[in-house]
Design a protein. Structure first.
Lengths: 466, 455
């Protein structure tokens, strides 16, 4: 035991307190940094020395700086991000789909107006004004269908666009994660804590899981492996990449090409199931496409049935009716192809309102038969009338919208709660840090006082010798 | 649980977000007045409301359809009333002038009035509402009736104009001219315009002697035969081929019975020797109860005609008999033509057989017939007027029903999609207060810090 050891004890204490103050500063500085976990300087009492028959305390030792983390919550956050991503993309897309189906003024209103104009024609089959009004309403009906379909197809286009930016983001994230993997590995191999690297990586992992619904596994060397639906995205310091530059010639949509770190590549468009990418793929290929198909089927049925009945009648010139709408051959695209037949549009006298050639011009039998189509159930529409079929479609969209919004809100709440739990463990409370700071500051002052005292003791000794 | 500034901030953000969303939602309901603003608000309710809106539009259309046709139907009613007035006036004149004290001059001037009535009724029969003739069926391009020598002819068709008044119900709005004015398909139907026209002729004295003049073609090149073969019993039927084949020539005359109904009678002539013929009188089988259409029916009589060289009938050598037709359709009176009224004089080799017809009745009898036919015409018009009235009623009923359905649908739709204004507004106020409270408390929670007290 000697004064020198007291000196060293005090200086060690000063160093430990300085590190604690530095860490407090770091915590306060990062209080608002996403993904940051508060850090603590880990100290323990130094090994005592046996002197003069007693164990004498040797001060404090700094053993490391540790992030305060709950690993269970961290893992839960990762998984939740995948479900939140899926629900979010789904909800966003369905909000877009809803725009195509307003509660008033949609296709149903145009259908009513069209059949109303037909009914007007039946009241006055020889009236030219009624005929012109009918072609006008028919044109508006076609535009209404086309507009609805346009909203859906442009939404599909947006989803397609989204996939490109998602893929690019995944590539950035994967390569950053791989880089951080390497840094964490090398830091920890040198027996240093990689707290800040880990925090950063955790944030990136959350984002990549949100996009792909991938599962994350931490290897024993501390490196994270990211696998999305069986596709290895990150392994150690190597990352795969996604490419959306190729277009499927059949659908006209982007394909997702998966490139392994080794340079192999294949089409993975149908592999992604989770996260925003999985949801977007499903919406683009299945759900929105399904709505478009149903709308097309409705449009085709309308045109077919009206034309069929129209051809049974006779126009104002006494000739048999032709097509009222331009005939539509294929169901695909039917909703954007409803057009009043050119001949009829040019000469409304060609509308076949009469049921017999002899009855022209006062015969309204065929006009009445056309009006009747409004209340006719068609097998092609699942035994529904035109209007009911459209309302069923709109109702389904609404129900899905409600459903997905509920799911998204639930997932988001769950995420928020889990984030709050993480926050309660790893978050920075500035009041707490300030209290710590005061404690460290006072201790620092006390330790400084120790050095002054020891120094004075030295002085007394030296003075004694003189 | 440890609480950090971050967790307070997350909680405050989340809470404010939620409170504000509720305020916005309530605000949307207040401004739009609707509980359902998009399908996802209430998919089932929105679909039902939209369905009801289409239903309302359809019912509205039915109402519009009926409103469109009401003037048409009302016009039919008032037009038929005018026709009745015309017929009534005609009957008055007939009753008045049947009295023997009136002179031929009086009748002539009455005839002129009846002519005007005829033209008026013809005009009424050609009434047009909008660009559609009331009684023309589908043929509304041209007037359905045109005047002829005997009355009027119908150029319309049998088209029934229907108007939709419900999902599965239509009502016909037009009365057909050939039924109303010509009695087509009506039991005991009469041709109204012809009746008036006949009255005019009666008054004007366009009535010939009550004899049936007939001329016969001698044709010397024609071989003489044995006359008609069996069956020749009076009252028996034979195939037209036999009768027509055996006849050398024939002619048709139209006779009126005492009710003024017309009947076709055919005279058949067969040469048995030079200037000598057998004749037979048959009625078209359509005229006989139980007769087969197209067949001839030996009705009345047969006899021998012997002509002098000049074409006059050798009365002593001829056997001209009375013609009696029984069993006529529709309870028509029997027709009897006295032998004395049959005039076969004037037959020559060059003339084809022909018949000159006149009414078989005396003057007073003619007026009686005319009055009877006018009564029948009025009954007929009355019947159709009643039908027009019934249709008008049912149209009005359908209109009222449509109005009720529309209101009910609108009420139901309002219940589904409209916001309860009071409730929504109080919700809005409540949410707004909650939002303000959240803001205030957030401000207080976020403000204090240890730093405030470290001075």
């Amino acid at each position: 035991m000697g004064l020198l050891s007291t000196f060293s004890l005090a200086s060690q204490s000063l160093r430990a307190l300085q590190m604690a103050i530095q860490t407090t500063g770091h915590n306060v500085a990062n209080a608002a940094t996403p993904g940051f976990a508060r850090q603590r300087v880990e100290v323990q009492t130094a090994f005592p020395s046996f002197e003069g028959g007693v164990y004498l305390g040797q001060g404090v030792n700094v053993t490391g700086v540790r992030s305060v983390l709950d690993h269970f919550v961290e893992a839960e956050l990762l998984t939740l991000n995948g479900s939140v991503g899926y629900a979010e993309a789904e909800q966003r897309a369905l909000a877009g789909v809803s725009d195509a189906f307003p509660t008033s003024g949609g296709v149903d209103a145009s259908l009513s107006a069209f059949f109303g104009a037909l009914s007007d024609l039946s009241n006055n089959p020889s009236g030219l004004a009624e005929r012109v009004s009918l072609t006008g309403k028919a044109k508006a009906l076609g535009e209404s269908f086309a507009r609805t379909r346009e909203v859906l197809t442009s939404l599909q286009g947006n989803l397609d666009q989204d996939l490109e930016s998602f893929a690019k983001r995944v590539n950035v994230l994967a390569s950053q994660i791989a880089t951080l993997n390497h840094q964490i590995n090398s830091t920890e191999t040198a027996n240093q804590p990689a707290n800040d690297f880990r925090d950063q990586r955790q944030t990136l992992l959350q984002e990549i899981v949100n996009l792909t619904g991938a599962s994350v596994r931490e290897e024993s060397d501390g490196q994270a492996t990211v696998i999305a639906d069986g596709l290895l995205l990150v392994s150690a310091d190597r990352s795969a990449s996604l490419d959306t530059s190729q277009v499927d010639p059949l659908t006209g949509f982007r394909m997702i090409t998966y490139n392994t770190p080794e340079g192999l590549s294949f089409d993975a468009s149908s592999i992604f199931q989770g996260g925003q990418i999985g949801a977007t793929l499903n919406m683009r290929n299945v759900e929105v496409q399904g709505y478009i198909d149903r709308l097309d089927q409705l449009a085709k049925t309308l045109v077919d049935e009206v034309n069929q009945q129209h051809a049974l009648g006779f126009d104002l010139t006494g000739a048999a009716g032709g097509s009222f709408f331009t005939p539509i051959v294929s169901v695909t695209g039917a909703a954007s192809a409803i057009q009043v037949d050119n001949a009829v549009a040019a000469d409304p006298r060609l509308i076949a309102a009469a049921g017999s050639a002899g009855g022209v011009p006062g015969d309204n039998a065929n006009a009445l038969a056309l009006v009747n189509l409004q209340s006719t159930a068609f097998a092609a529409l699942g035994g529904m009338t035109l209007n009911d079929n459209f309302l069923a479609l709109a109702g389904d969209v609404g129900a899905r919208g409600q459903d997905t919004e509920g799911k998204f809100n639930f997932q988001k709440d769950l995420l928020t709660q889990t984030q709050a739990r993480r926050e309660s463990v790893s978050g920075v409370n500035t009041d707490e840090e300030m209290t710590n700071l005061l404690l460290f500051q006072r201790s620092f002052e006390a330790s400084s006082r120790m050095i002054v005292a020891t120094n004075e003791m030295y002085q007394s000794l030296i003075d004694m010798v003189r | 649980m440890r609480i950090t500034q971050q967790s307070i901030s997350i909680q405050v953000k989340e809470g404010l977000q939620q409170a504000f969303r509720r305020v916005t939602q309530a605000q949307e309901m207040v401004t739009s007045g609707r509980r359902i603003n998009r399908f996802s608000d209430d998919p089932l309710g929105a679909a039902r409301a939209s369905g009801l809106r289409s239903f309302e539009a359809t019912v509205n259309q039915y109402e519009k359809n009926i409103n469109n046709t009401l003037p048409f139907m009302e016009q039919a009613d008032s037009t038929l009333k005018d026709v009745l007035d015309g017929l009534n006036r005609s009957k008055e004149l007939a009753v008045q002038l049947a009295n023997g004290t009136y002179t031929a001059v009086d009748r002539q001037s009455a005839a002129k009035e009846v002519r005007q009535i005829f033209l008026h009724v013809l005009g009424l029969a050609n009434t047009k509402v909008g660009d559609r003739f009331l009684f023309g069926g589908f043929k509304n391009g041209a007037a359905p009736f045109s005047a002829t020598a005997t009355g009027a002819a119908y150029q319309g068709d049998n088209g029934e104009i229907n108007v939709q008044t419900g999902v599965a119900s239509v009502i016909p709005i037009n009365l057909l001219g050939n039924q109303v004015f010509q009695g087509a398909g009506v039991v005991g139907g009469v041709e109204v315009l012809d009746v008036i026209s006949d009255l005019e002729k009666l008054l004007a004295g366009n009535v010939g002697p009550h004899t049936l003049g007939l001329a016969v073609n001698f044709d010397s090149s024609l071989a003489a035969g044995a006359g008609f073969s069996a069956p020749n019993a009076v009252g028996s039927e034979a195939t037209p081929a036999t009768w027509l084949g055996e006849a050398n020539f024939s002619t048709t005359a139209t006779l009126f019975d005492s009710l003024g109904q017309a009947h076709d009678v055919r005279f058949l002539f067969a040469k048995t020797a030079a200037n000598t013929f057998k004749y037979r009188v048959v009625a078209d089988s359509n005229e006989i109860t139980g007769g087969t259409p197209g067949d001839l029916y030996q009705v009345a009589s047969e006899g021998t005609l012997v002509f002098n060289a000049g074409g006059t009938l050798n009365v002593g050598a001829s056997t001209v008999t009375d013609i009696t037709m029984n069993g006529l359709v529709n309870g028509a009176a029997n027709i009897t033509i006295n032998a004395a009224d049959l005039n076969f004089n004037g037959s020559t080799e060059s003339t084809q057989p022909s018949a000159v017809l006149s009414l078989m009745q005396s003057d007073t009898g003619g007026f009686n017939i005319a009055m009877g036919r006018l009564d029948a015409a009025m009954d007929q018009i009355d019947t159709f007027r009643a039908e027009a009235g019934a249709r008008l009623n049912s149209a009005q009923g359908a209109k009222d029903a449509a109005g009720v359905m529309k209101d009910r649908a609108a009420g139901l739709r309002s219940q589904i999609e409209d916001a309860d204004t009071l409730a929504v507004y109080s919700d809005f106020t409540r949410y707004q207060q909650a939002f303000e409270a959240a803001l205030k408390s957030a401000a207080q929670v976020l403000q204090p810090s240890l730093l405030d007290f470290l001075r």
